[in-house]
Write a protein that binds this ligand. Structure first.
Ligand code: ATP
Length: 352
């Protein structure tokens, strides 16, 4: 087991900077998720740990060992790829056992360990099949079994669930969570799926344009976003981000007013509030933050998403599943004042 440390790591492809002065220490046994939109540099960061990409500058360590330039096979990491990368001509058994074979583990021991991990991922009845005779979810489990058949210092997982349908993904997520608890191996996991990040991670590094925007536990990232980007990226449906201005401590956007901010004046402000922190009220209540007609009502099953229109954009609130308001009916909304964030629209940083 091991820690992984990045010190001032940069990766350039020609003039393009994919990873920019990256600093991060992943702790021993930690499950660290790199989360961010397509192209933000997550995969490149992970591939530098695997040795599939070399850093242009900076240092990468596994424990105290500097691994820059070390051949992939000497790094003692196991990687699960989005595409599974199984050997098509090898059976499930031989695919899973491949890392043991190249390490010259003797056949009897190899068989024992293959049987053990195959049971764990419920593939024990499929050992003689070829990859093309398996479903996507089963192939994914073969890839996972191949990674865990030996105990590497670090697991690297690159969007391992992204090719699965929604139901299987939820199921595999729970399996990964359980495996993580059992195996206790340092893991770097790349995804653009914020639910995966929230459910699996000990800590999440939210990446944008080659840098870490915020590093923290899922709870910290959700409850205390430090930038507009992080605020908008985490949460489903996403946080309402409403542009407006702050004058004498009162935010205003086309009549949507929220008071009590410490910063007296901001000409370009953005108010952020999650749909679950906006509540429907009677239009005539005197402390409502906004009165507007309902624009849409969507029942999701467990609750109702209600949207109002405000200066060309929608403000969404999560109401009870028994919400009875209708489109065009005028309602009031109240925001939970202690759950409101204020951002500077120019710097994108949180100011309140
Ligand atoms: P995705 O979720 O789409 O895989 P990502 O965050 O993992 O995205 P990377 O694959 O790390 O992103 O790529 C980061 C940036 O570097 C992208 O703009 C990509 O086009 C660029 N890039 C990656 N590999 C190469 C390469 N071999 N040559 C040139 N540019 C590259």
């Amino acid at each position: 087991m091991a820690s992984v440390t990045f010190k001032n790591v940069c990766k350039k492809f020609g003039e393009f900077v994919a990873v920019n002065n990256f600093n991060l220490e992943i702790r021993d046994r930690e499950f660290l998720v790199l989360l961010g939109p397509s192209g933000c540099g997550k995969t490149t960061t992970m591939r530098m740990v695997a040795g599939l990409e070399e850093a242009t500058s900076g240092d990468i360590f596994i424990d105290a060992d500097r691994i820059n330039g070390v051949l992939p096979k000497y790094r003692d990491v196991a990687m699960v790829f989005q595409s599974y990368a199984l050997y098509p001509h090898l059976t499930v058994e031989d695919n899973i056992g491949y890392p043991l074979k190249i390490r010259k583990v003797e056949p009897a021991e190899r068989k024992r360990r293959i049987a053990e991990v195959a049971r764990r991922v419920e593939l024990d009845t499929m050992l003689s099949r070829l990859p093309r005779e398996l479903s996507g979810g089963q192939r994914q489990r073969v890839a996972l079994a191949r990674a865990i058949v030996r105990t590497p210092r670090v697991f690297l997982m690159d969007e391992p669930l992204s090719n699965l349908d929604a139901k299987l993904r939820t199921q595999m997520r729970a399996e990964l969570k359980h495996l993580q608890h059992e195996l206790q191996v340092t893991t770097i996991y790349v995804t653009h799926d914020q639910i995966e990040a929230m459910t699996l991670a000990h800590r999440v590094a939210v990446m944008n344009k080659g840098v870490i925007e915020q590093l923290g536990t899922p709870r910290e990232i959700y409850n205390d976003p430090r930038t507009l980007f992080v605020a908008g990226f985490i949460g489903s449906p996403p946080m309402n981000l409403i542009p407006g201005e702050v004058k004498e401590g009162i935010f205003n956007s086309a009549g949507f007013r929220v008071g009590g901010f410490a910063r007296a004046n901001i000409s370009r402000a953005v108010l952020g509030v999650r749909p679950e922190d906006v509540h429907a009220a009677l239009a005539e209540d005197d402390d409502v933050n906004l009165v507007a007609p309902i624009y849409s009502v969507e029942l999701t099953g467990e609750n109702t998403l209600v949207s109002l229109r405000l200066a060309g954009q929608l403000v969404t609130l999560r109401a009870d599943k028994n919400f009875s308001g209708q489109i065009d009916q005028e309602i009031g909304i109240k925001v939970a004042r202690d759950r409101v964030f204020l951002f500077n629209g120019e710097t994108q940083a949180r100011v309140d």
